[in-house]
Design a protein around this ligand. Sequence first.
Ligand code: BES
Ligand code: ZN
Length: 639
Amino acid sequence: MNLHTARLRWSSALTVALLLAGCAGNGGGSTPSDSNDSGASSAKAQRIAAMNQVTDHHSYSRPEEARITHLDWDASIDFETRTITGTATYDMETADDAERIVFDTHDLTIQSVMIDGEPAEFALGPDQPFIGRPLTVNIQPGAEQVAIRYTSSPSANALLWVEAQGDRAPFLFTQSQAILARTWIPVQDSPGIRFSYDATVRVPQGLMALMSAENPTAVNPDGEYRFKMAQPIPAYLLALAVGEVEFQSVGDRCAVYATPDLIDKAAFEFAEMEQLLLAAEELYGEYAWDRYDLLILPAAFPFGGMENPRLTFATPTIIAGDRSLVSLVAHELAHSWSGNLVTNATWDDFWLNEGFTVYFEQRIMEAVYGRDVSEMLATLSYQGLVDEVDAISDLNPDDTHLKLHLKGRDPDDGMTAIAYDKGYFFLRLLENTVGRERFDEWLGGYFEEYAFKGMDTERFIAYLDETLLADPADKAAVGLESWIYGPGLPANCPQVSSPRIERVDAILEGWEKDAIVSADLPWNDWVYQERYRFLSNLADDTPAERMADLDAAWGISRTGNNEVLFAWMEQSIRSRYTPTYPRIESFLIEVGRRKFLTPLYRAMKETGQMEMALDIYGKARSGYHSVATGTMDDLLDWK
Ligand code: BES
Ligand code: ZN
């Protein structure tokens, strides 16, 4: 569909909305139109509008025909049956000749559909792997509202129902990114489609409900909560948590929510949140979401953090007791601009969310904690990237491109260090090429210009060409084609140097040769990044006696820092250092964070310890989220 037919087909209000909002349509097949007679700026607008007809292969919705603009959600949360029963009432915008509106669903039971208060015809299409079933509702021109009554499945992929245990209350949380929102609410589940929302949620008495919205700060005795998210968000940022949760303020705009056993520890650990927020605003512009709070979830949460607007969801494994793991909060906070404000239009453009966010995260860390800390993070990021390129280059070289092709695949496959760290180094290259001052001004301008809009890779390139890389010499120096559409790491990848990390490497070399004994390591002078570097680079065949004297000297197995503990556990598996094994088992049963599970189970697999892996996994699996079991089932060939 080109712009002219679009003009004819659309009501003018919607055309304007589309041009401004740059929605990700599923129309596809458009070509930029060069013929225009109304000046350069309108040529640019047309080109951008045409380019923006991107196809999201992971959604059935057809926003060019009818799209949602606001959600009113009314739901009851039932811990007994592990179901959510609710009504999702959407306001919609429709093309003049629209005949249907299509929603994404996955494992949902649809009870009824109403259009503008009248029962409506609907159909559920065939089920497809990952993406589920389309819910198609027939509409008449001018239809304004559609209400869908539904129930979720007890095995809904987004949801983790954590059972009550002893005096611990039950807990429920959602994880919607990338395409799991559709397992707990029928929705147009494409990151290019945005809507505001209101919600009324009923939960068991004594529990608090929280969403990616304006939130309560205390338990409501009647168990009913009301929410409002005034800014439009894509479906993957819809989030809900229900549990015995307390609130503690840590700043004017920041607070932590956590279960009673963790609330004080969390308030101490994240006391610097407001400082991070101020540093972020100082860098790239005003925070658009009013409050920034943090919810500490049960340890089964499969990620480190999830940038749900106004309320980041986080793993408790970042509570170290010494504030050493706050860079994760900097990362999720940075998403308030890169991702939540300017949003990847499809999951093939995931690097636009994560690469920008890693860059922004490191700039926040530099501003608050200094360049030597951020350069250590950059060095670790570089090591992670080189390892990842190594790991996937042979199997799937295309997966090392920034721009991905995930059609027919689980978008989760794109969640590799490529999007994060290759994306980061690409932006660092841009910074180096034009200088920090120009780069910072440009990035702030980018967030402002595309706020609350979708962004795809091609449109981003066009924007870069017109702005930051308008000078052909700069453009040639960057070579963005090979970064974005080419494999591996281009030769002009920026170098990082961290004297502190280099010193660790030298000390490790000495220790490996026995020239330095464990008791003489400067362990207590090291921050976690240095300790992590040391442990994660130990040789696989490090003898048990040396592991033992390391631990005897520095009490590594008793560290409160889970990153350091994780590196210690992985090394223990690789060098078959059995004194750590009971701790590994209890850790894997308690913690469901995939970033830790995958390397630990993989280390067992690669070292011929499958029996142990399967034994532990058998005990732990029912406590993990579907995102984690999906990966681990494959890794361990679990049936
Ligand atoms: N948005 C991601 C998490 C995510 C990505 C969930 C893709 C589902 C699909 C989040 O911002 C993230 O990147 N989390 C990282 C932490 C970060 C410090 C790199 C994580 O959880 O490990
Ligand atoms: Zn992220």
